[in-house]
Write a protein that binds this ligand. Sequence first.
Ligand code: GAL
Length: 436
Amino acid sequence: MTATRRISRFSLNRRAFAGGSAALVATAPWLRASAQDATPAGDAEDQLEIFSWWTTGGEAAGLQQLFDAFSAQWPDVEIVNAAVAGGAGSNAQVALQTRLSGGEPPDSWQSHHGAELWSLYVEPGYTEPITALYESEGWADVFPQGLVDQLTFDGEQYLVPVGVHRGNVMFYNRQVIADNGLEVGDELTVDQYLEISAALGEAGIASLALGSQDTFAAPQLFENILLGHLGPEAYGGLWDGSTAWDDALVTEAIEQFGQMLDNVNDNHPSLTWDGAMDLVIDGTAAFTSMGDWAWGHAVSREAQDTIGWVAHPGTAAGFVAVMDGFTLPVGAPHPVNAENWLKTVGSAEAQAAFAPDKGAIPARTDADTSTFNEYMQWAAAGFSEAAVTVSNAHGAAASPQWRQSIFDATTLFLTDRDVATYQEELVFADEDAAAG
Ligand code: GAL
């Protein structure tokens, strides 16, 4: 089996990823002395540079909570916020690769778990294992095992999870739905959604807001449709080779994707995900299918009462987990601060402060959630009750090359709407990934 295929072979419910990567990691010459071997000595240095893509209202507010938690303990350290805008890290990841390959890492950077963490950072040798920190902080006991599995390679941990997002949420404008005599219940089937969409179309209202300027937005919409149509098990199988991309169910999902795009905002190519959420908040469009960082965006606009939520049509049984965490670089410019940053973001207090602004739930199971609002209680219940699965749009499911091929095919589908060509491209992308 090739390395490329190997990184695709896992989901949150499987251990295959960590196990499958063992041979590769064990023989990798670039895995030098770990952070634990080179314990940083001395007092905290004067700066801490943190790299992320958190720049929108809720994202920046959540990040500030983490900064505040750090500053509360180390007030003399100047925090340099090196965030690069662009949903799902589209620009940040490119800029970061330039820095890493040039030997100029920040002190810590944001990453998803799974394939992204492995391919972009662990496998090239840019991150230190933080297994000793996991032990000293007792993190193995407080992060869900399924998450820990996805940041563990050859028995070593490489990421401190901060928050978990649900990627398959349909947010809607309550007033627009009510004003048109429509109703959204606790669950929404695809047929119900399409009926509502048709009614809104007749009333001249865009049913679905999309911000396809963010290259992840349409692939995320499509993966949510795939999850709804295939169910969590078969959807997970798309990423480990057990579900075929030329399956008739995939064809039907593509057709459904086309139907949902029939009543989308015309200006979607010039909007980002938060611009699309703004259309919903402002009542210009009714729904947007997005991860719950969009809830954080609504919070930042004080629009909580305007916005309703339900799992993306047909996906109530599944929870697409989009987890954010932070790494420890090889050669951090301020290693003491870097380690203190990780301890901070891994703490229950910082995670409880971060989550409400970011629209996430804490990655720690022991964080104080008693004051969480109704939305967050719903998201937390979904995480514990629904089948947890992976996102390709947010890096965890497939190698960066495979992910990009899917993004390219999806961009094409937005304009040509050719079902057969799209499916062929998806099949080719899978075959390429399998061939390595
Ligand atoms: C995801 C990330 C979230 C959110 C979103 C939009 O990839 O995990 O934290 O920021 O992108 O930028």
